[in-house]
Design a protein around this ligand. Structure first.
Ligand code: ATP
Ligand code: MG
Length: 267
């Protein structure tokens, strides 16, 4: 069985207004298999969201190959890529991105409006099941402005998972939450992803979040370096303190960073 994601020499450059080219990603090799949880840490501006948008079939790489379940998605038309994305990828964002005027239930039902006929007809029942799974069955009729940040992110998790995606991408999912709430939401996301057999890629500034994953990477100046999760974990255990993003990334980068960008993703 091919891995779910296979990136070889992936680059992404953009043209700046002054016509210079900015090389954001400079040759990324990564393999992610179904059921794995991989985390990516890196400084602000290091290209994490750019990488996630490539993995999520939103943007196209400038060069290199990106295989999704063995399929070269760089060759797909925009329409087919969008279709594959809707069916196979769930997103969780830092700012939740829920629709304000809609209830929690309506937000979770939304992706199924574009799903298969079966998903469409069962959308309310499925959405209620997912809300129950994230512990919010009794808040189905609440709009986001009536929910706490942690509750909103749990609704967003339910929405991301409701079409049973094979790949879940989370961009700073705990970034807008306090530490305890963030840990609870992250543990829930990790558990639901594992139960469903999906692959989860989490971008985070927080090593406590990264420590939940099976493998961690540091994105630095457009290249990806494997970092040892156990080292990250014991470094955290030694301090027990709360880390800011910058500190967390600095802790991850020395000694534990492998020189190669881990071709094969260490898998
Ligand atoms: N379409 C674009 N045009 C020009 N520059 C871009 C574009 N997209 C991203 N960049 C630049 O590329 C760099 C990486 O951006 P990206 O959003 O991937 O960073 P990030 O690691 O997610 O940062 P943060 O932690 O702050 O979210 C930044 O310097 C950004 O300004
Ligand atoms: Mg970002």
């Amino acid at each position: 069985m091919p891995p779910l994601l296979e990136l070889r020499g992936l680059t992404r450059s953009v043209r700046l207004p002054d016509r210079r080219s900015l090389d954001i990603l400079r040759g990324i090799d990564l393999v992610v298999r179904s059921g794995e949880h991989v985390s990516v840490v890196g400084r602000s501006g290091s290209g994490k969201t750019t990488l996630l948008n490539l993995l999520g079939l939103i943007d196209r790489p400038t060069s290199g190959s990106l295989l999704f379940d063995g399929l070269d998605v760089t060759r797909l038309s925009d329409r087919r890529r969008a279709h594959l994305r809707g069916a196979s990828v769930g997103f969780v964002f830092q700012q939740f991105n829920l629709l304000d005027g809609r209830t929690a239930l309506e937000n979770v039902m939304m992706p199924m409006l574009y799903g298969t006929a079966r998903q469409f007809w069962r959308r309310e029942r499925t959405a209620r099941e997912m809300l129950d799974r994230v512990g919010l069955a009794d808040r189905a009729r609440s709009t986001p402005n009536r929910l706490s940040g942690g509750e909103q992110q749990r609704v967003a998790v339910a929405r991301a998972l409701v079409r049973r995606p094979r790949l879940i991408l989370a961009d700073e999912p705990t970034g807008a939450l306090d530490v305890t709430t963030g840990e609870a939401v992250m543990a829930l996301l990790d558990q639901i992803a594992r139960d469903s057999g999906a692959a989860l890629v989490t971008i985070t500034h927080d090593l406590q979040v990264a420590a939940l994953s099976d493998r961690s990477y540091l994105l630095d100046e457009g290249t990806l370096h494997a970092v040892d999760t156990d080292s990250a974990r014991s470094a955290l255990a030694g301090t027990g303190g709360i880390r800011t993003g910058r500190e967390a990334v600095r802790t991850a980068s020395p000694s534990t960073g492998s020189p190669a960008s881990a071709p094969g993703g260490g898998a």
